[in-house]
Design a protein around this ligand. Structure first.
Ligand SMILES: [Zn+2]
Ligand SMILES: [Zn+2]
Length: 816
């Protein structure tokens, strides 16, 4: 550098501390020797308070500090973990979902990139070596050379603790975080330690006496090396001791997608509808223009081909593609087709990737080696720097919403925001679009592209509705008769339970009546212990009646058969057939899903009983009949989306029938055969469903006409929970913004506070849960009101008292 140039070195870095209770970045001076290393997005160690050194992220720079700044201690992770665009997105997520920027950033950084933080001790003052005893002098020397606390303990054995304490108390050393980065992924393999001829000789000798050892040697002779995993430990030990085999580590061979995915032949010519859709998308792609396309296409109408060709176009112009799917294992065909078309350039962010493999994929995406990223919800934070197209397949799926941990983001919304920022088109595809998305298409915010026909022109299955009010038992006579006919014809049968019933409800077996809260239009939840019905939106509670209020019938009982019960019934009726069950309990084991699919495809299973797991994404040509055992379970969920979910699940289940050469048959068992969602599903009529549903949403003030924020207040004691929930509801109700309401002429009823009321899952793992819902016609207003009330009650970032937990969910999808 030339001497007469002014000093351009930036003096301060803005550091966002990792501890989430400090939402604002703080300025820290960059020492001379770290000028190069301190880049945007790296992780650094900085002093905090009098004695602590803590980790943080560099999120900006400045030339001047408004406060006396301290100095960055070290760089913990030299590789930038995010760029400016990702930091900006994280701030958007934090604002949108009422979380801290740290919590939002955590979505963007693979845990392995952070490594494990080790605590290192560092010399911070120069002790006068002359006044120290021998051991202390030696300890100071060791610390100077970078020894860890553990090393000191080992070096001084019994005196270790005492020496460490002495160093600390004298103020000579202090603890600092030190990143420990994982190494490149490796796997252990076995190789021959002797020449092949010699090994062959041993094989001959051992073939009889020790067939397993001989077998392993033969495998090694054939393929050169064998992965260590899966080979019995004693076998390896014996052969290594005999000097025939060595065990080595070598870089893990990465397999971006499981080999079980098979290429699906792509149709050569496009239908006119596909052409039209692609034309519109291409125009946006070429103009580098943000636009939202809702692709409404029935199952088998060729949506994936549209995604693929749009992706090709984006890649041709040098940009990257993000494809979101509900769950990798449930959408093997979509993943396989992308993998087949784009090969090595595809990164599949499978939920089963190990931490190091995930880091590896993350780096390849960031460096631009991968141009197509396919993954579930979390992939929306993939470090694509040159995004040109976003695809959200099955956009109506509830799994796009993170419901388990903070931030409770909606990947579809984050994807829309990313596409907007990247000036890219985004494709939302579904056979049963979400009510919100279809409404936006009708309003003209989204462009609607319709693919109304199945490509191979196969007829849709015939759907029959079975009125359970006149039937006995779990399986109706009609369903049993149909099962028998299909099984005799060699078909497979799927019996589908809409979902596991989380919330109990009362159902009249004579007329199908389910008591509902008239104000909120959701089914009452039945609380067995108190024999009460409660609306968990508004909190209304009433004693559970023993008679039906509509028909006076006395067969008025809690409802919800389980998969196990249905499986037993099937076995009782068809004792000679193989029956399998697929639900959350049986599908948890690794590989269970793949095994089930293989058994189904090979025809080893004749009847499968399952939850929604079986209704998704499987292509099972042998299935002639799908029976929906209890449509009422989904219909009566205490959720304003109950009808929508029911329609989607019925349509999806029906899509599983008759995808072979014969049209299939679907039987829907229900106590409410006249419900619009069930009638529309029976007639394959999305529009009829949508018209009924959107009208009801408007009347009852639900999304898309309003926005909801749900706040769950949980307490260790029933009273503590109720008190905290009431305090929050009161704070949210107080019209702190009454003045500007008057000024703007807005109703003081908006935002509206519903509750507090016991959550449908009132007692969960030792917590008592209450729910408060804030609703507004303006999304910003609902969030702002909740933010104010949270701040008033517990401070922001949230610091509720001991024994109280607060969960904030913006735009909740499952309100349980
Ligand atoms: Zn009744
Ligand atoms: Zn209510």
């Amino acid at each position: 550098m030339s001497a007469n140039l002014p000093d351009l070195a930036v003096r301060y870095a803005l550091v966002l501390l990792e501890a989430p209770n400090s939402p604002l970045p703080l300025p820290y001076e960059i020492p001379e020797h770290l000028q190069e290393a301190v880049q945007f997005g790296v992780r650094v160690a900085v002093p905090l308070g009098r004695r602590r050194v803590v980790p943080g992220f560099v999120v900006g720079f400045c030339d001047r500090s408004p406060v006396p700044a301290r100095t960055i201690r070290s760089v913990l992770t030299p590789e930038p973990l995010f760029d400016e665009a990702m930091w900006s997105l994280a701030q958007w997520v934090a604002d949108r979902y009422l979380c801290t920027p740290q919590e939002a950033l955590r979505c963007a950084i693979p845990p392995a990139a952070l490594g494990r933080l080790r605590r290192r001790i560092r010399l911070q003052a120069e002790p006068l070596l002359a006044v120290l005893d021998d051991d202390l002098r030696r300890a100071v020397e060791l610390v100077r050379r970078g020894a860890s606390e553990g090393a000191l303990r080992r070096a001084f054995r019994a005196r270790g603790e005492e020496i460490l304490r002495a160093l600390r108390e004298a103020g000579w050393v202090r603890h600092e975080p030190d990143a420990h980065l994982p190494e490149a992924p490796t796997e252990r393999v076995l190789r021959l330690a002797v020449p092949p001829e010699q090994a062959q000789e041993v094989v001959e000798r051992w073939r009889r006496r020790a067939p397993r050892r001989a077998g392993l040697l033969e495998r090694l002779l054939r393929s050169g090396e064998v992965p260590r995993t899966g080979v019995r430990a004693d076998l390896v030990r014996d052969l290594v001791r005999a000097g025939l085999v060595v065990e080595e580590r070598r870089p893990l061979h990465r397999d971006p997608f499981p080999r079980t995915y098979q290429e699906v032949a792509a149709p050569v010519t496009l239908t006119p509808e596909q052409e039209t859709a692609l034309g519109a998308i291409r125009e946006a792609l070429r103009g580098r223009r943000h636009a939202v396309f809702l692709i409404f296409g029935v199952t088998g109408s060729g949506k994936t081909e549209v995604y693929l060709q749009a992706a090709e176009e984006a890649i041709r112009s040098g940009r990257q593609v993000l494809v979101l799917v509900p769950e990798i294992s449930l959408t093997p065909q979509t993943v396989a087709r992308f993998a087949a078309r784009f090969g090595e350039r595809v990164a599949v962010l499978h939920s089963r990737l190990g931490a190091v493999e995930r880091l590896d994929a993350w780096r390849r995406i960031r460096d631009g080696t991968c141009t197509v990223v396919i993954g579930p919800r979390s992939a929306v934070f993939a470090p694509l720097r040159n995004l040109g197209l976003v695809v959200v397949d099955e956009e109506h799926e509830a799994s796009y919403k993170q419901e388990e941990q903070v931030p409770r983001y909606d990947a579809r919304e984050v994807a829309l925001e990313r596409a907007r920022r990247a000036a890219s088109p985004i494709l939302l595809g579904s056979a049963t679009p979400s009510v919100e998305s279809y409404w936006k298409a009708q309003e003209g915010t989204y462009h609607l592209l319709t693919l109304p026909r199945r490509i191979q022109d196969r007829p849709l299955p015939t759907v029959r509705v079975v009125d359970m009010r006149t039937e006995q038992g779990v399986l109706s006579v009609t369903l049993l008769r149909a099962m028998r006919a299909h099984l005799e014809a060699g078909d497979q049968v799927l019996l589908y339970l809409n979902r596991r019933g989380y919330a109990a409800f009362l159902l009249c077996r004579d007329c199908g009546e389910v008591p509902r809260c008239r104000r909120c239009d959701v089914a009452f939840t039945y609380h067995l212990h108190s024999r009460t019905l409660r609306c968990h939106y508004c909190g209304r509670a009433l004693r559970a009646p023993s008679r039906c209020s509509r028909c006076g019938g006395v067969r008025f009982r809690p409802f919800g058969p389980g998969t196990q019960r249905v499986e037993e019934e099937v076995r009782a009726h068809f004792p000679d057939l193989t029956v399998a069950r697929a639900d959350r309990d049986t599908m948890q084991r690794r590989g269970a899903h793949e095994r089930l699919i293989a058994d189904l495809q090979a025809g080893r299973i004749r009847v499968l009983v399952g939850t929604q797991i079986i209704a998704k994404g499987l292509d099972l040509p042998g299935v002639g009949l799908v029976g929906v055992v209890a449509a009422d379970v989904a219909l009566s969920l205490p959720d304003f989306r109950a009808a929508e979910r029911t329609f989607q699940q019925l349509t999806q289940a029906a899509g599983r029938a008759g995808r072979g050469d014969r049209p299939g048959e679907v039987l829907i068992q229900t106590y409410r055969p006249d419900h619009p969602a069930i009638r529309a599903a029976a007639h394959h009529d999305y529009l009829a469903f949508f018209e009924a549903e959107i009208a009801s949403r408007q009347v009852h003030r639900y999304p898309p006409y309003t926005s909801l924020v749900s706040v769950i207040v949980a307490g260790r004691t029933p009273l503590g929970a109720e008190r905290a929930a009431c305090a929050f509801a009161e704070a949210a109700t107080r019209t702190t913004t009454a003045a500007d309401d008057l000024a703007s002429g807005r109703s003081t009823e908006d935002p509206e506070v519903l509750g507090p009321s016991p959550a449908p899952l009132h007692r969960l793992r030792g917590w008592y849960r209450w729910q408060v819902v804030v609703r507004s016609v303006e999304p910003d207003r609902a969030r702002e009101r909740v933010r104010e009330a949270l701040r008033a009650c517990w401070g922001l970032p949230l610091r509720p008292p001991r024994g109280v937990r607060v969960v904030v969910d913006v735009d909740p999808v499952e309100m349980l």
